[in-house]
Design a protein around this ligand. Sequence first.
Ligand SMILES: [Mn+2]
Length: 327
Amino acid sequence: MNETLPSSNMVKVSPETLNSPLSNSTLTTLSTATESRTISSTQLTATKPKVTQAPPNAACYASQTPFIVNLNYSDIDFLEENVDFIEHLLEGGSWRPAQAVSTINISIIIPYRKRESHLAVFLLNVHKFLQMQNISYTIFIVNQVDDKKFNRAGLFNVGFYEAQKMNSSHDCYFFHDVDLIPDNGNLTYCCSSDAVLHYATAIWRHSAPGEIKDYSMFFGGIVAATASQFQKANGFSNRYWGWGGEDDDFLKRVRASGQNASNIPFADGRYVMFKHDRDKGNEPNGLRMKLLGETQKTWKSDGLNTLNYTVLSILKKKYYTEIQVSF
Ligand SMILES: [Mn+2]
């Protein structure tokens, strides 16, 4: 069951809690963390691979508009009647600015199953957040409608493949959880040709505002890649059913394919995460450590090139394009 949304529409984190960016951030290649992971940077060992933590390029940091995260909406129909920027959306949750600051065209890919209240809050905030940046984008909800265990990584692959078919001009893909809401108007969504980017590095929980956790040693939540970077890594693995491991696997693929991984700085990658119980059908994957041990030899023959799924329908809704898929 999802947590009740607060009546206040503003939850702000004080800047003081964000003024200590990490100088020595690393990413793990094997994670034993649960969803409430609280590992600090000092607990990481020197044997773990270092990841650069620099802004990918200046164009990614152009936005200067304050952004106030709004957690007040839980009903998608309510948005339609009350939120003016929704009117300017094109069919299927696309938007193009009148005066684009760049030619960037972003696909936001959301793996999804039965999270209606999170989706409403996500749409309210992320449409507004992206429109402030004057970039073209489309939001894709990849809805797993079968009864199998949830396959977050497989849904990312499906979303990438289907989004490419629909919009071949889209060249920047955000692989984005539905329960992470951006909380920094200066954070701009873009891809870097230098590295696959990990965005959600500083996460505070909706249930515990003010307490910011450092996720810069992980590669989950939100990552951004160009089409060619994603293809070069052969996408995500299709073999992770249930919770855990697929994000670490993706980091291994990025590296195995000779590419860099980079963190958005801790001071910038701020997100709100909704607390939620374990979803039915997304129980921890007991095979994940075994699978992670095999990535190095299996990544070329498991991924985008072995994707097997059925699209039941593609619905161009007002706020998003929904791809209903079964594996
Ligand atoms: Mn979650």
